[in-house]
Design a protein around this ligand. Structure first.
Ligand SMILES: C[S@@+](CC[C@H](N)C(=O)[O-])C[C@H]1O[C@@H](n2cnc3c(N)ncnc32)[C@H](O)[C@@H]1O
Length: 263
């Protein structure tokens, strides 16, 4: 990190999670922490009051959090939410709450496969700590890859995976969209697939050229999904991709191997 980290802030609604130990789970609210974001590789962030959900046990580990990486990589699954919005994967529930708080949203349908997850939310964000807009939210226990809506869906955010940039994320998003037929959608880490597609289409990240908006639009056309593209599309997608390659060099190598072997 070459510059002093900035203090992270967001205009999206952030729930006031209640710290505590809930069965096998522990939710901590960190008064002050630092971490990287999703969009930029030049500097990280300081953040106040990030919520960290960990599984207790032999190898306690962070399961989910509201750190800058999580917030930035999900924010465009929330900002364009409108009308009937579907969220695939409940997690800590912040994208569901934040989407419900968007002015243009009439209702939010959340699809979740693990019954422990909404039960945990009842404890970490009990009803008295939720905004009034929570009444727009309905949680359905189902497999996101199989679920079909009974009314049209205006916007979908797909986020059911533990790691971004994996081949199954795009494949499963395709399955979800085949059933849901959302007018527009965003899926977690989609910038990584868009940039890899742009590379396959001829952009060379090593020749000093910047990824253009047009190249990202062409990549979206090739993926053949009605993806919402945050603007400026080229700058944001390239920043996310470069940050991920820097952080996960083995992921970058795998992508290159895949390209070379033609898969
Ligand atoms: C990364 S979390 C989602 C984070 C969430 N956006 C938030 O606001 O905290 C992924 C969630 O997807 C759920 N999930 C995983 N596979 C699923 C599937 N096939 N169908 C529905 N939910 C699934 C997991 O149980 C988990 O709750």
């Amino acid at each position: 990190m070459s510059e002093t980290p900035a203090l992270f802030s967001t205009d999206l609604y952030m729930p006031a999670y209640q710290p505590g130990t809930y069965g096998d789970w522990e939710l901590q609210v960190m008064p002050f922490a630092s971490g990287i974001g999703y969009w930029r590789s030049d500097k990280g962030y300081f953040i106040q009051n990030a919520a960290i959900l960990s599984h207790r046990g032999d190898a306690p580990k962070t399961w989910m959090s509201t750190t800058p990486l999580e917030i930035e990589s999900s924010e465009w699954g929330v900002r364009p939410a409108r009308g009937h919005t579907v969220i695939m994967g409940f997690g800590m529930g912040w994208t569901a709450v934040a989407a419900a708080c968007r002015e243009d949203v009439d209702r939010v349908t959340v699809i979740e496969i693990n019954p422990q997850v909404p039960a945990l939310f009842e404890q970490t964000l009990p009803p008295e700590h939720r905004p009034a807009e929570w009444e727009k939210v309905r949680v359905i226990m189902a497999d996101a890859r199989e679920w079909k809506p009974d009314t049209p869906v205006d916007f979908m955010f797909a986020d059911t995976w533990p790691v971004m940039g994996q081949a199954e994320n795009l494949a499963e998003t395709r399955k979800m969209q085949a059933n849901v037929q959302a007018e527009e959608l965003y899926y977690w880490g989609q910038e990584l697939d868009l940039v890899e597609t742009a590379i396959a289409q001829g952009w060379n990240p090593a020749d000093g050229s910047r990824l253009s908006d047009e190249a990202v639009h062409a990549a979206r056309a090739a993926l053949d999904l009605p993806l919402f593209l945050p603007a400026p599309a080229g700058l944001l997608a390239e920043g996310a991709w470069r940050e991920w390659c820097r952080r996960m060099p083995q992921w970058h190598e795998q992508q290159q191997d895949g390209t070379e072997s033609g898969s």
